[in-house]
Design a protein around this ligand. Sequence first.
Ligand SMILES: Nc1nc2c(c(=O)[nH]1)N[C@H]1C(S)=C(S)[C@@H](COP(=O)(O)O)O[C@H]1N2
Ligand SMILES: [Mo]
Length: 201
Amino acid sequence: MTPPTRGFLGRRPTDVDPARIPPGQHVTAGFPVLSAGPTPHTPLDTWTFTIRGAVSRPVSWTWDELCALPSRTVTRDIHCVTKWSKLDTTWTGVSLDTVLAAVTTRARHALAFCDGGYTTNLPIADLTGGKAWIAYSFDSAPLDPQHGGPARLLVPHLYFWKSAKWVRGLELLDDDVPGFWERYGYHNYGDPWREERYSGD
Ligand SMILES: Nc1nc2c(c(=O)[nH]1)N[C@H]1C(S)=C(S)[C@@H](COP(=O)(O)O)O[C@H]1N2
Ligand SMILES: [Mo]
């Protein structure tokens, strides 16, 4: 007898290599939307991505300039602190290595800032070395506004709250400053493999 199919469309839990699922997470085939506020709609002709703060000189890219930078398409698993993981998500964007190469800094911390006021803090070491992107496309289509379009951070090795939607830039900092959720008790770093969900974990 065929056991009844339960759960999500497509991938059944038994199809998933458990080694890909961080502790306490379950796989979803959907793409939940988690936003702390309304979806901003910034016109692309006024949009910029800026690196400022502890830099010798701030640098900005317009939308067209960002899109003209070398891009990569990557497929990664993403993990939300609310316990869903989504496997094999495909994004296109510009590596943070590319934009950070344009500034001179001795800072070790960054605070990503966004339209709408959201912030999240990351060590610069977690933004460099081919680990993080400014993503403007998901599944070969322009990134949906509710998922952060026109552009968001993609930092898939950390919980997904670090992947700031509607990102507009990085403030580089000599001293770490907690972002929006980090101030509300989320873990400062957020490694899903160590279940760093809340401060104290
Ligand atoms: N600007 C901004 N970025 C954000 C958020 C937000 O509220 N505002 N939520 C974070 C959280 S908690 C998660 S889990 C992911 C959700 O991304 P999604 O809505 O595309 O699934 O975005 C992160 N980035
Ligand atoms: Mo989240």
